[in-house]
Ligand binder design. Structure first.
Ligand code: TYM
Length: 335
């Protein structure tokens, strides 16, 4: 607990242009914690290099992800917004936690299996130990709550196991965190293959709506979205495409599934897809405008990064000092 508030931590990889899955599953919810909790939101660039990145692109996306956090309403005065590589304690604790994470546990991670299949020529050790670095991100700040999409649930459960294991050996060291997974938007699906997660690294551009896509592109992508052979806007078996569009429409308009079904009674898929596209583009327009303003001011983004790194480092140092002492690492200058 810092400043008498419970801690919220989450992170986004700057590994591609962010999608409405990232927005609805995670970033949009970050703001709801800002008043009550001490919130840290990190651009996790160290995680991103588990897959080969173009350095210039990675640098650019790091600024952009920070600007998007702010464009989505995160005030840097009320939240600690920072970049992972600016706080070396993440990598340090990551290594330590590697030694408290079992090979068998890491082997069971579905994200590792998926990413190894996609990057068969680069199944590096970092890809394998990714979850212990993620555990370090979270445990470093004595985090109570982690808002994420459902694809991160397995990593969170592993984080809890690592924390409990460490606490059992060394006595209370880490807070054991809980996940906060939204109900209807925990897994936004691909528009082309609605049984698959919408992913920022998807090679099929029509499958993904990006937060910064212009309105005409958003509408075109929704128009092309794969639906089933029926014609009714209703939930049901085999209606993955329609149910995905209903979750997206509901999230952007605040309407419930029943309300959506009633609104589109007697109407066809074409009308519905158009409405989803319009609602999505309208909701993202203010985020895009604010992003354009912020992204143009690199110097300002750097001052936010600097302040964020300072605050995060100070908090991380407290946990690290405790961890080193418990492990038996000699600390100098503690007379
Ligand atoms: P990343 O960068 O893949 O995604 C960022 C956040 O977006 C959520 N998300 C989705 N939610 C709903 N539907 C989707 N289609 C969708 N796609 C992505 C993710 O669940 C995530 O919340 N391992 C993390 C980054 C990370 C992290 C952390 C998160 C590193 N350390 C510590 C929380 C706490 C990741 O790869 O997210």
């Amino acid at each position: 607990m810092f400043k008498d508030k419970k801690v919220v931590f989450s992170g986004v990889q700057p590994s591609g242009d962010l999608t409405i899955g990232n927005y609805l599953g995670a970033i949009k919810n970050f703001k709801t914690f800002s008043e009550e909790y001490y919130c840290l939101y990190c651009v996790v660039n160290e995680h991103a290099i588990t897959v080969r990145q173009n350095p210039a692109e990675l640098r650019k996306r790091t600024y952009e992800t920070l600007a998007l956090y702010m464009a989505c309403g995160l005030d840097p005065e009320k939240n600690t917004l920072f970049v992972q590589s600016h706080v070396p304690a993440h990598a340090e604790l990551g290594w330590i936690l590697d030694c408290y994470t079992m090979f068998g546990e890491l082997s069971r991670m579905t994200q590792f299996k998926d990413k190894s299949a996609k990057n068969a020529d680069n199944i590096n050790a970092g890809l394998f130990t990714y979850p212990s670095l993620m555990a370090a991100d979270i445990l470093l700040y004595q985090t109570e709550m982690v808002p994420v999409g459902v694809d991160q649930k397995q990593h969170l459960e592993l984080t809890r196991n690592i924390a409990e294991r460490f606490n059992q050996v060394y006595g209370e060291t880490f807070v054991v965190p809980e996940g906060y997974i939204p109900q209807t938007t925990a897994k936004i699906m691909s528009l082309s293959e609605p049984t698959k997660k919408m992913s920022k690294s998807d090679e099929n551009e029509n499958a993904v709506v990006r937060i910064l896509d212009p309105k005409d592109v958003i509408i075109r992508k929704f128009k092309r979205a794969v639906t089933d052979s029926g014609s009714e806007i209703r939930r049901g078996e085999g209606k993955d495409g329609i149910m995905n569009l209903m979750s997206i429409y509901g999230a952007f308009t605040g309407k419930t599934e029943e309300e959506i079904e009633r609104e589109f009674e007697g109407k066809g898929y074409g009308d519905f897809k158009m409405a989803v596209g319009e609602a999505c583009a309208d909701a993202l327009a203010p985020v895009q405008a604010e992003f354009a303003r912020l992204a143009a001011d690199k110097a300002y983004l750097e001052t936010v990064m600097e302040k964020g790194a300072e605050d995060a480092s100070r908090l991380a140092a407290r946990t690290m000092s405790k961890v080193r002492r418990k492990l038996g690492f000699v600390e100098l200058g503690r007379k």
